[in-house]
Design a protein around this ligand. Structure first.
Ligand code: NAD
Length: 359
């Protein structure tokens, strides 16, 4: 029985349209084979939208994003728009979407398919089969706290920011992280700096209290400096990590780089109802845009995340992830993940390979 579920597609700039095209083909293939009835509508965003409408986030795009059940975004930005006024820069569209849609929970998996273990700078046995999820609070903490600024006379100025979290902000990100842990290995590590910061003391207390509602999840706490060390020493010890905005910014970049392949990593930003914006971690890659060689797998894996997190379709998500794994196991590689002596396939050919395996 088909259900109507609206997915907003915002292809964006550079390789964004190239990789989202393949992800849309995957959704259409799932619709055809599983009668899932996902509806797709597309609007421009970023520099492409600026060229048409004079703004990177036109009303029509924001309205579609608000009315949709989930959003798939390609990437925004590029040299063409670097000189325009700050408020019209493509990246502003991302901030606008996050704040308008209250997307406070950022999920960044670091997954390393065993077939690509040689892409990492770490030893194969340390990272092969890595599968961790970092849940980062995205709309609070030091990036948004006040007061902030630079004050005083030249030579005697001070710069200051405020790291602040309310109990309700910590509660909602903690619930989000526990729910993610419930869908995975049921282990959650909360990362803070409670030995130095009062805000972290509160964070730890609130996360522990929320944990009482999830007795099946094993909760641990770790200081952020130790977490950095553990991530590069033995990253496979983690299942889900939850942390604040700034610590999450740093840890999620470190974790994603463990995998060595930016073209492979999806991400999600969720609101409190599970609605989400899904996008590859990478940017618009202007250096390879228009050549048909970008890796579409991060965007295709973002669709899998969407099916699991927003539509609660874990089986469909698994079908997509298995198809990706099977394409890699068959030796298909785009230029960014190809090894010496192997032949790279195009964006379209990688899309074809995944679709062929969705059966
Ligand atoms: P980038 O991620 O676009 O590219 C970094 C390198 O990785 C490049 O060499 C690129 O060719 C390669 N790469 C990235 N994605 C790839 C893929 N799918 N397949 C193959 N190779 C891939 O980062 P950048 O060069 O720092 O930024 C380029 C533009 O993207 C900038 O305008 C930046 O602001 C923007 N950006 C946007 C987002 C977003 O939309 N969420 C995120 C990061 C950067």
């Amino acid at each position: 029985m088909a259900k109507n579920r609206l997915i907003a597609i915002l292809p964006g700039d550079g390789i964004g349209p190239e990789v989202t095209e393949q992800a849309v083909r995957v959704i259409e293939c799932i619709n055809a084979k599983h009668d899932t009835g996902f509806e797709i509508k597309t609007e421009p965003v970023g520099g492409t939208a600026y060229d048409i409408h004079g703004t990177p986030l036109p009303d029509s795009t924001l309205e579609l994003a608000k009315s949709a059940d989930a959003i798939l975004l390609g990437a925004v930005g590029g040299p063409k728009w670097e000189a325009i006024e700050r408020q019209h820069r493509p990246e502003r569209a991302l901030l606008g979407l996050r704040s308008e849609l209250q997307l406070f929970s950022n999920l960044r998996p670091a997954i390393l398919f065993p077939e690509l273990a040689s892409a990492s700078t770490l030893k194969r046995e340390v990272v092969s089969g890595l599968d961790i999820m970092i849940v980062r609070e995205l709309t609070g903490g030091i990036y948004f706290g006040g007061p902030r600024g630079i004050e005083g006379e030249p030579g005697d100025r001070k710069g200051f920011n405020t790291l602040v979290y309310t109990e309700s902000e910590v509660q909602r990100i903690a619930h989000s992280a526990f729910q993610v842990a419930m869908q995975r290995g049921k282990r959650l590590c909360s990362v803070d700096k409670a030995n130095v910061l009062e805000v972290s003391e509160l964070w730890r207390e609130v996360v522990t209290a929320v944990g009482n509602s999830y007795p099946e999840v094993e909760l641990s706490h770790m200081y952020v400096d130790n977490a950095c060390m553990q991530l590069v020493r033995a990253p496979k010890q983690f299942d889900v990590i939850v942390t604040g905005n700034m610590f999450g910014d740093i840890l999620s970049d470190a974790a994603s780089m463990l995998t060595g392949s930016i073209g492979m990593l999806p991400s999600a930003s969720l609101d409190s109802n599970g609605k989400g914006m899904y996008e590859p971690v990478h940017g618009s890659a202007p250096d390879i845009a228009g050549q048909g060689i970008a890796n579409p797998l991060a965007t295709i894996l973002s669709v899998a995340m969407m099916f699991r997190s927003t539509f609660h379709e874990a089986a469909l998500a698994g079908i997509i992830e298995s198809a990706v794994q099977s394409a890699l196991a068959a030796g298909l590689r785009t230029a960014d993940i190809v090894s010496d002596g192997e032949t790279a396939v195009s964006t379209q050919e990688m899309g074809d390979a995944v679709i062929d395996r969705i059966g």
